[in-house]
Design a protein around this ligand. Structure first.
Ligand SMILES: Nc1ncnc2c1ncn2[C@@H]1O[C@H](COP(=O)(O)OP(=O)(O)OP(=O)(O)O)[C@@H](O)[C@H]1O
Ligand SMILES: O=C(O)C1=C[C@@H](O)[C@@H](O)[C@H](O)C1
Ligand SMILES: [Mg+2]
Length: 185
């Protein structure tokens, strides 16, 4: 996790959620936005709106490399123009330009373990889990990416500790601590 000070600010999103598939970025992000009274943008949904294609359709048609380019364009645009809560797609931070674009933002890593996370997305249409042994692929990719999420995060929360409302509560408490640091005297 970066040790640089806060982030956020009037010209930036209140929080950008990162983490692996199934961590709850889309679900918790929407709740967090509602609770804070701000707008919510999910970059996966934004990609679908802008391209008119589903994410599996883009992966199988244009391919994964093109998907990452589209994703990078959408994420950088949203980061510059959105002031509420942003949920990124699970693999967005594998693109260097996305990691660079996150510098100076309040980035919340929803940490999830392989068992909890896979149980949430098993049977869904996530294209990276479509072939072979999905549980093994999930574990492998999570291991590969764990440090990347931690590397861009300014706040890390346990996304398996409680339901979606509980996770939103923990994020709100962490943001509040940044805004109103505890007195030391
Ligand atoms: N804390 C939680 N407790 C129980 N279920 C949860 C929790 N967080 C998310 N879920 C459920 O897990 C599933 C996946 O969540 P969600 O789609 O928000 O993950 P995501 O991080 O956005 O994944 P992706 O990277 O693929 O977009 C959903 O069905 C959601 O309701
Ligand atoms: O972890 C990933 O690489 C992905 C996660 C999803 O949010 C989608 O962006 C897509 O399924 C790829
Ligand atoms: Mg999502």
């Amino acid at each position: 996790m970066t040790s640089q000070p806060v982030t956020g600010g009037p010209d930036r999103p209140v929080a950008v959620l990162v983490g692996f598939m199934g961590a709850g970025k889309s679900t918790v992000g929407r709740i967090l936005a509602d609770r804070l009274g701000v707008d919510f943008v999910d970059t996966d949904a934004e990609i679908v709106t802008r391209t008119g294609q589903s994410i599996p359709e883009i992966f199988t048609g244009a391919g994964p490399t093109r998907f990452r380019q589209i994703e990078c364009d959408v994420v950088t645009d949203v980061l510059q123009n959105h002031r509420g809560v942003v949920a990124l797609g699970g693999g967005a931070v594998t693109t260097e330009a996305v990691r660079d674009a996150l510098d100076g933002y309040r980035v919340v890593h929803l940490k999830i373990g392989a068992e909890d996370g896979f149980s949430r997305v098993s049977g869904s249409d996530r294209p990276l889990l479509a072939d072979g042994d999905p549980a093994a692929r999930y574990r492998e990719l999570l291991t590969e990416r764990a440090e990347i999420y931690s590397g861009v995060a300014t706040i890390e929360v346990d996304a398996a500790d409680g339901d979606v409302q509980d996770v939103a509560d923990v994020i709100i408490a962490a943001i509040a601590r940044e805004l109103v640091p505890e007195r030391t005297t």
